[in-house]
Design a protein around this ligand. Sequence first.
Ligand code: PLP
Length: 456
Amino acid sequence: MSNPTPRPSSSAILHRNLRKTPPLAVTGDGVHLVDADGKHYLDASGGAAVSCLGHAHPRVIEAITAQLGKLEYAHTSFFTNEPSERLAQMLVERAPAGFGHGRVAFLGSGSEAMEAAMKLARQYFVEIGQPGRVRFISRRMSYHGNTLGALAVGGHPGRRTMYQPMLIETSQIAPCYAYRNQRDGETAEAYGLRAADELDAEIRRLGPESVAAFVAEPIVGATLGTVPPVPGYLARIREICDRHGILFIADEVMCGMGRAGAMFVTGQEGVRPDIITIAKGLGAGYQPIAATMASERVAGAIEAGSGLLANGHTYMSHAVACAASIAVIETIENDGLLDNVDRLGRLLSRRLHEAFGQHPHVGDIRGRGLFQSLELVANRETKQPFVAKNQLATKIKQAAQDVGLICYPSSGTADGVNGDHVLLAPPFTISESQVDEIVERLRAALEATLSAKIAA
Ligand code: PLP
């Protein structure tokens, strides 16, 4: 029987918008993407903070090609492989102080890494004889992925609502979001302790013996727009986790791997997580790869207990993906790109402040390294957000793409529904003049959008 509904579009892809096929990307070169009409786009967000080395980097392409010539894949229940062993070693050596002799699982996406992290936490407590610890606490306005477990710990109403009946029960505390939550007269440090102490209260409310882990992005990415923690916040989180014997899972899927100027933001903050997830910049877009890193405490308990990792996937430790990641990390380190992130991140922040510091609809400019955002507001004084029906983020994204700029706007910034921000995460290889170009194009996109009638 033929389908009674005529297909409105010629595309067979389940596009994000089924009524609109996006431009066809045909090639990439450095910080630019090029579509089928030959239009060049300055990739100022690496998609969603992925392409940290820009496009068509010869060293990564060479590493992938060389690995394909040796071994593409061997299933992990039969074999290990050289690139995965080497990459795991590299990551463990660069892990935050106190992580110890950890171990790493390589997966295909950030969501998969988060699922694996949650299962690892569960297995840890089963192994050490505390099987009652099954609950996860996370933060409102967070994003940890789209698979059901990861979505259940995520705290973004817009992304959760449709699937709510299918999600496991979790608790959410407030994020560390100084722009909106720090009180008048309160120091950043005092605010950080107050925000972190919500975790202590929630653990006590649930009963510590039922809680497995606290999950947080050290720098909040997509949902709030590059919000770093205030000084002392993460240290207090660590202290509270230790007080109650619960694990700290640091989701560094977006902020890790050099994006904020260090391979691990928790390392930069001097805080030791028990489990770390990384993805995006790990493969830089050359291969789909993510990792779940278990500290010595967690991996050691499993090794001393059953000895068996309970969770597994077909494409774990993919040899070509791991070879690509080794080349990415070597390029970042050998080319001194963390210094670039620091230097050009400061320049980007300065240029954003110069261009938008007095803008009536820019409430906050924030971030760390090449991970910077603008939060848009209807009223700078009251911080009142634009309401969701304006679809401001969607319009800015389109206006930016029209002027050849790829940036990453999102909505729901203020309360999960209303409010908007624009996130920038350009390649670490960007030049000073390209930083200026990003700011100029962003200014044009914002003016084109904000000059239209929008409701507060
Ligand atoms: N965690 C964070 C912090 C993310 O930003 C994302 C994706 O944006 C994920 C997890 C999920 O990663 P993926 O989209 O690769 O599944």
